[in-house]
Design a protein around this ligand. Structure first.
Ligand SMILES: Nc1nc2c(ncn2[C@@H]2O[C@H](COP(=O)(O)OP(=O)(O)OP(=O)(O)O)[C@@H](O)[C@H]2O)c(=O)[nH]1
Length: 428
């Protein structure tokens, strides 16, 4: 079943084994550079999206191009616009030993009715996890690909090739792609692959980032102080997550769990969290998450405001009043939620967001929000990853409904006061 392939690649990365799917990959592209700022003005999105519906990525344009009246997209009546046939992809991340492979094996053996293609990414020449998964994987249609090297740095070009090859040659053989990253991977560049690579975003949509957290050891990794300019991978993995599984709860006490949950919530106030032993969670929690679906943003923002036991940001709380409250732990990466009552001027919001992503795009990991725009009866739904923003009109406001804008940011060195001031400055 397995084909062996030898790649010419940097020293630490030598052999790749590919199961079932043979992909010829010979060159590697470095992904050190960030994509250019891709900003589409809200006014443009509002005008276009209302005529062709929310169907996700592939419509980021530099502001200049965005003023094109025909919106530079397929015509509103075409089936491609109405139906999103892209294959969903889940990224599993988490620190070394946190339980990623254990979860992956559950996904491959559970009865969820989905045929799964797996892209696995490990360091080192001997691919232990790959063999594990292969032996567990009973269904013939499971496709397992293994690639040595770190997806987040040297081989993002390979990820693009693998994804495209999969959809080109095997699209009818699977319903969902799962990518297991190495424990030391930074998820940011992997996520950006789905948003910024035009071909990938045409065929594959990021369903969600699932982060495994080892209850026993993760606190020490999260608290580890890194040298300047060195990223703490454990923190990043939590920050980018749509779903967080606090795993190995059999190894810790309730008090440990509570402390860890608070710490995680401080970093990421958006993600849904679940505790587990040996990655045993409901498959709905990890597959079909729709973490980047604009249609789900509003409920996500609300779910997380109401579910957040340790870091509430409801309207009228200390954050919205601009006061400080006890944070569990000081960290460069954290979540900030801001709410603002009233309606916002579209052009002001446009300018503010454009400035924000120009200045802070690198540090802005995730952004989700619901905005109340002056002159519009509909909510405006927004989401972003670094300098890429996506948005569309949402549900209409009720006649007596209070118009409240709500934005949640996750990022490094976020200035909560400045963010609040920025949003409030857009009020009419
Ligand atoms: N006690 C306990 N052990 C667990 C649990 N989940 C996983 N393990 C064990 O932890 C070890 C590491 O699990 P893996 O699933 O390989 O973790 P991983 O994140 O894929 O590890 P790396 O690939 O090294 O990053 C294995 O021995 C698992 O059986 C759990 O909930 N409780």
């Amino acid at each position: 079943m397995a084909a062996k392939l030898v790649f010419s690649r940097p020293a630490a990365v030598t052999v790749s084994r590919i199961f079932e799917v043979g992909i010829q990959t010979s060159s590697f592209s470095s992904t050190a550079s960030r994509p250019a700022i891709l900003f589409q003005s809200l006014r443009h999105i509002l005008t276009c999206a209302s005529s062709w519906g929310c169907n996700g990525y592939g419509r980021y344009h530099p502001r200049g191009i965005a003023s094109s009246p025909d919106c530079d997209i397929p015509d509103a009546g075409s089936a491609a616009v109405a139906l999103d046939t892209r294959v969903p992809a889940t990224v599993i991340t988490g620190f070394l030993g946190s339980g990623k492979t254990t979860l992956l094996n559950r996904i491959l053996t559970a009865q969820h009715g989905k045929r799964i293609a797996v892209i696995e990414n490990e360091f080192g020449e001997v691919d232990i996890d790959g063999s594990l998964v292969a032996s567990h994987s009973s269904a013939n249609e499971d496709i397992v690909m293994v690639n040595n090297g770190c997806l987040c740095c040297t081989v993002r070009g390979d990820l693009v090739k693998m994804l495209l090859e999969l959809v080109k040659k095997k699209r009818d053989k699977f319903d969902h792609i799962v990518i297991e990253t190495t424990g030391l991977a930074k998820p940011g560049p992997v996520i950006e692959t789905f948003c910024s690579d035009e071909l990938v975003s045409q065929h594959v949509k990021l369903d969600g980032v699932v982060t495994l957290v080892d209850s026993k050891h993760s606190m020490q990794h999260l608290d580890e102080v890194k040298p300047r300019f060195v990223v703490n991978e454990a923190v990043e993995q939590v920050a980018y997550a749509d779903r967080i599984i606090i795993n190995k709860i059999d190894l810790v006490t309730e008090a440990d769990l509570e402390r860890l949950t608070k710490r995680i919530r401080h970093i990421n106030g958006m993600a849904q969290i679940m505790q587990a032993k040996f990655g045993a969670v409901d498959m709905d929690f990890v597959l079909g998450v729709g973490g980047y679906d604009l249609e789900r943003i509003e409920s996500e923002v609300q779910i997380n405001n109401s579910n957040c036991a340790t870091h509430q940001h409801d309207i009228g709380d200390e954050h919205s009043r601009g006061q400080h409250h006890d944070h569990v732990h000081d960290s460069a990466v954290n979540s900030v939620s801001i709410v603002s009552e009233g309606t916002l001027d579209l052009d002001e919001v446009d300018d503010w967001l454009e400035r924000l992503i120009e200045e802070k795009g690198e540090d802005l990991y995730r952004l989700k929000g619901v905005l109340s725009i002056s002159g519009s009866d509909e909510r405006y739904i927004l989401q972003g990853v670094h300098s890429m923003l996506d948005g569309c009109p949402g549900k209409s406001w009720g006649p007596d409904e209070k118009r409240i804008s709500k934005l949640v940011f996750i990022g490094r060195h976020l200035d909560e006061t400045a963010l609040r001031k920025g949003l409030n400055g857009c009020l009419v």
